[in-house]
Design a binder for this molecule. Structure first.
Ligand SMILES: O=C(O)CCC(=O)C(=O)O
Length: 255
C-alpha cells in the first residue's frame, strides 16, 4: 500500500492490485493519482512554460495542430523544464512504477497530449514500443488527466490484453506527432474497448505494447493529458525497430 498525501485527502494505492491488473490487461486506471493541488500546479507550470520558455527550446520540443499555432504536444519536458523533471523523479511514483517495469525505473520522457478544444486532432492506433523500441518491453506510460476526460472530448481507448501479442507490424502514419501507426489497425468498435474517462488527477498506466488510439476533440472542452514515461534500466534498444521508427519520423517530424 502506497499513500499519496501531498495536500488534500490521502490517496491509497493498492500496489499488488495495480500490478495484477496491469499484467493481465496491459492498462490500469488509478483514481486520484495526483492531488488537486498538484494538478493546479501542473496547469500553471505548463502555461508558464509555453508562454515564457517554449520559444527558446529546439523545434522538436513541440508539435502544433493543423491551425499552425495551437500546441498539440510538448516533448522532452524532463530535459527542458526542471519542474517536470522533478515531478517525474518523485520517489512515491518511482516506487509504484518499479514492479511494473520489472526493475529499476528510469524516467524516459515527460510529454503532453493537449487535445485542445475544437482543433485537437486524433491519434492513430499504435503501440508505443514502435516509438520506444525497447527489449524486453518493460516500459510504460502514466497518462494523467489534467482536464476532465469525457466520452466526447477524445479519451484514450485501449484494447485490454493486446500487450500480450508483442509488437505487431507497423507502418508510417503520416500524422505529425504520431509518425508510427499499425499496418493492420484493429476493427474493434470503441464500445468494446476500455475508453478511459477520467477526472483531473486520475491516471491510467499502460504497457508499451498495449494497442490504443484517440479521436479528435470537436467539443468546447480541452482534454489535456500529462504523460510520464518510464523504462526498466535493464531494457535495450532493438536496432531494427529503431531503424523503422527513424524512417517514419523523418517523413513527419518531430515524433
Ligand atoms: O493522449 C492521447 O490522445 C494519446 C496518448 C498516447 O498515444 C499515448 O499515451 O501513448
Amino acid at each position: 500500500m502506497i499513500v499519496d498525501n501531498r495536500g488534500g485527502t490521502p490517496t491509497m494505492f493498492n500496489q499488488q492490485q495495480i500490478v495484477a491488473d496491469y499484467e493481465r490487461d496491459g492498462v490500469v486506471r488509478i483514481p486520484g493519482f495526483l492531488s488537486p493541488e498538484t494538478v493546479d500546479e501542473v496547469k500553471v507550470e505548463l502555461e508558464r512554460y509555453i508562454r515564457e520558455d517554449l520559444a527558446t527550446r529546439p523545434a522538436d520540443a513541440k508539435t502544433v495542430e493543423a491551425d499552425g499555432c495551437t500546441v498539440r504536444n510538448l516533448w522532452r519536458l524532463e530535459q527542458h523544464c526542471e519542474y517536470f523533471r522533478q515531478l517525474g523523479q518523485r520517489a512515491d511514483i518511482l516506487e509504484l512504477i518499479g514492479p511494473l517495469v520489472r526493475g529499476e525505473p528510469v524516467l524516459s520522457g515527460v510529454e503532453t497530449f493537449n487535445k485542445p478544444a475544437r482543433v485537437g486532432s486524433g491519434v492513430p492506433y499504435h503501440q508505443d514500443n514502435a516509438y520506444f523500441c525497447r527489449t524486453p518491453p518493460d516500459m510504460l506510460t502514466v497518462w494523467i488527466a489534467i482536464d476532465r476526460v469525457t466520452a466526447e472530448n477524445g479519451p484514450v481507448c485501449f484494447l485490454k490484453g493486446s500487450h500480450k501479442a508483442g509488437l505487431l507490424p507497423t507502418r508510417p502514419s503520416g500524422v505529425r506527432g504520431n509518425s508510427m501507426g499499425m499496418a493492420n489497425p484493429p476493427m474493434t468498435p470503441d464500445s468494446e474497448q476500455f475508453c478511459a474517462l477520467l477526472e483531473p488527477g486520475d491516471a491510467t498506466i499502460h504497457h508499451c505494447e498495449t494497442i490504443h488510439h484517440s479521436a479528435p476533440n470537436g467539443t468546447d472542452h480541452a482534454r489535456l493529458g500529462l504523460l510520464l514515461v518510464y523504462r526498466g534500466a535493464h531494457t535495450e534498444i532493438h536496432q531494427q525497430w529503431q531503424a523503422a521508427y527513424h524512417a517514419a519520423v523523418t517523413q513527419t517530424p518531430p515524433a
